[in-house]
Design a protein around this ligand. Sequence first.
Ligand code: FES
Length: 359
Amino acid sequence: MDANSPHIKATHKPKIFNNSERFIEGWYWVIPSDNLGINEVKSITLLGRKLVIYRGQDYQVTICDAYCPHMGAHLGEGTVEGNELRCAFHHWKFNADGICVEIPCLDEPLSLKLKTWPTVEKYGIIWIWTGEIPRESVPFVPELEFQDYEAVLGSSFVINCHPHLIMLNAIDTQYFQGVQVLDIGFEKQELNQNAIIFSKYKRQYHDLPFKKVFRPLYKNPIYSICYWYGSTVTLTVGTDLRRCYLMLALRLIAGEQVEVQTIFFTKQRKGLLGWLFNRLMLWLSNSLVQELIRDERNILQNMQFNLKNPIKVDQSIVQLINHVEMQKPLMWKTWLLARSPETEVKETQTKWRDELTND
Ligand code: FES
């Protein structure tokens, strides 16, 4: 790519990207699994919405709205009985589907339902889907989809910026070319309707005259990043012998901050040597994250993102913004659709595709 190429037109501001009033319907990390024992109930606030989470006797996790449909008592004060949750105020009881199963002063419970949310436990984390029915899976590292792997939870921390700024930083070609002095350009691939991959292959591969013919020989990119639901990032870095896999599960919190949970992955390896090698790879992955965050933290926290004059080398960033703008937007706190999918979303998609897409 040529940094002196003409500008890409950017006459419309994104409506979802870097907007702290909106987020994309999808899977979001809630808390580490170990932080919720059997019969334990906790109050949480996620993407502005008050929720309650509990683990029943059968070890299943339920996440429901925080306020009792009778009179609005906070169910975080309630108690878990078997696999059900009893409100602390008038002792109405709700099962794991949210159905009211007991009202102590009535012979039969009323036909009403407490709002519950799809929940999954994976990688030692509890995840929630912020809509009715999950359309895609919990984020995964594409290269490990059909492999046996080991997942280890890393640290969680807060940065004073929008999650999207952390995301775009990982594919900022100018940054890689100018600051990191790497020849890095990305190939884009839609993994599914909610996930997009940007990959960098070996230089030799790009120099080959018939690269499609030789693609099987250079199957794995040396740098590959996958964005899920505009919030979770998986990163694969390295040669076939030493590959680091990691996930940054991001979520917007109040005050335009992002809360980050790191998760590290290695392929499963047998024996003591395999175990030692995996420890080394996990340590390398953790070092990679620490370095990335340390180098960028101040820039990200003091940035006022406004892509007014994108040039051709900003192509991957524009593609990422386009992808985010195509997703289903929900409103912070209410989790309601930000606008009608039939009208305004369609209009926005058209504008961004016509005027910012550069591929
Ligand atoms: S407020 Fe919950 S049972 Fe009355």
